[in-house]
Ligand binder design. Sequence first.
Ligand SMILES: [Ca+2]
Length: 121
Amino acid sequence: MARAPKGPKTLESGSRYEDFDVDGDGVVSDSEIAAQEKMIQIENQDKREDAQRNMAWFALFGMLLYPAAVVAANWLGLDAAPSILGDMAPTYFVSVAAIVAAFYGSQAYTSTKSSSDDTAI
Ligand SMILES: [Ca+2]
């Protein structure tokens, strides 16, 4: 296998890493790679937080609408549904409360962690 010559490396044409050359001097420096890496981490963290927030809202709405579902099933004349929903309620509410508590707990943990990281810099 032929080894590449020592010295500066070049990117293949059309490489997706060409965008990493922010200042346009034709050199992808270590600091530019580090900056892009940081940006990707921030974007991923943002997406993850959005997904977690949506999940927490979905769980909360499910908990708020649960009694309405029981009333609606009763109103529609479904005989067994209200009692089944009532039997499920204790497990359901505890599970949803655990999800929401985990969400707020992780938010509090990450916010204190990131603020202590900020003071370290
Ligand atoms: Ca550059």
